[in-house]
Design a protein around this ligand. Sequence first.
Ligand SMILES: *Cc1c(COP(=O)(O)O)cnc(C)c1O
Length: 445
Amino acid sequence: MNDFRKIPSVDHVLDWEEFDGYNRLQLTEATRRAFAEIRRAIADGREVATDRPSLVILIHERYRELMTPSLSPVINATGVILHTNLGRAPIGEEIFEEARAVATGYCNLEYDLEQGSRGDRYEHTATALQELLGCEEALIVNNNAAAVFLILNTFSRGKEVVVSRGELVEIGGSFRIPEVMAASGAKLVEVGTTNKTRISDYEAAITGETSMLMKVHKSNYTIEGFSEEATMGEISALAKERGLIDYYDLGSAYLPELPWGLGAAELSLPKILRNPPSLLSFSGDKLFGGVQAGIILGRRTLIERLKRNQILRMFRVDKVTLSLLEHTVLAYAKGETEKIPALWMLFTSQETLRKRALRLKDRLSIPSEVLLSETYVGGGTLPNRKIPTVVLALEGEAQELEAAFRAKRIIGRIEKDRFVLDMRTVEEGDFEAIFEAARDIGDGH
Ligand SMILES: *Cc1c(COP(=O)(O)O)cnc(C)c1O
């Protein structure tokens, strides 16, 4: 006989010796959840065990779930290298190890070891960036959105900023250039049309109120066909002539020339810096392949003014970010790009991916087929530009497989009604987890 009277009170359960040493608050919540399930089962007329050992098992299970972190690793088998929902660029293991000592102990974050006096927290990474890129000065903030806001707020509050209508972008749903601009206090002056903006349009829009000419990278869309835009070089020249600031919100920056013909559509950071804008900013965790940060490069006098803005304090990055970024910059400087996962994933040859797929297929308990395919870099970079890849297409109902693998924290994708694991973002180190998941799924777990 199953009825509600068999369920003990929560207070009673808290004193059971089986739960000695458990956190009381979490145990209370776990017990409530377990009992709610039992009541639902009873109400539905389902058979449910309410003896003490069964209750202990159920409560323990819910307790374990409460104590398991929600933010946890997944295997990215989507093939999208900078997957916004999966944390964008992964941090390189070696780079993480190098930053570990700084993070877990004390460090010279704001301490000048030579003078024995207060130092500048931004200097460490700035110096590394200056040496790598030959830029005049650099500043690091929390993310590129913060960089855009800080720059506009510092130089253009109550003043006009000229931007092309073709570049009023929205990124990732919540970052819209016109709204960020309004929040910063800058007045947006739109010039040109959606598909065509010439340098003469910028020129005609300059008034006594103009503070800045801004270019925004079209990160997640392309305008094709009958279109034209002013280059950053043209904008910089005009700004210089009129005594204005020229700022390039580049979004994503990369250093080595890109493979797969991607470089034809974009300029590398070293190329852009041959004719440096007064200010330039980009994300640390897009193609740069580092950690979440906004990297600002530019003229020293301007960066000094950014540092004097009180708002910088709110966008300040911690020692972990600064250390991870400095080590990423040093990896570039030493030519050790194999330490930067986003880059090696992008550069891996299709032949290497094919061999990887074959090794996975060999030991996978679900029958599969190796296929050539295409994927994207993602994360608001290189829009509409496909790159070659190799996938393992699994036999079986695609939606069911997708959900079953997702339950095991393996995120694949569906392509032509088949569930596929894309080798561009899967590493050899992920194989064991994939084999195990496939075995469980095959066994009906
Ligand atoms: C991605 C992007 C941003 C926002 O950068 P976050 O690092 O995500 O804050 C701003 N502007 C452009 C052009 C971008 O591509």
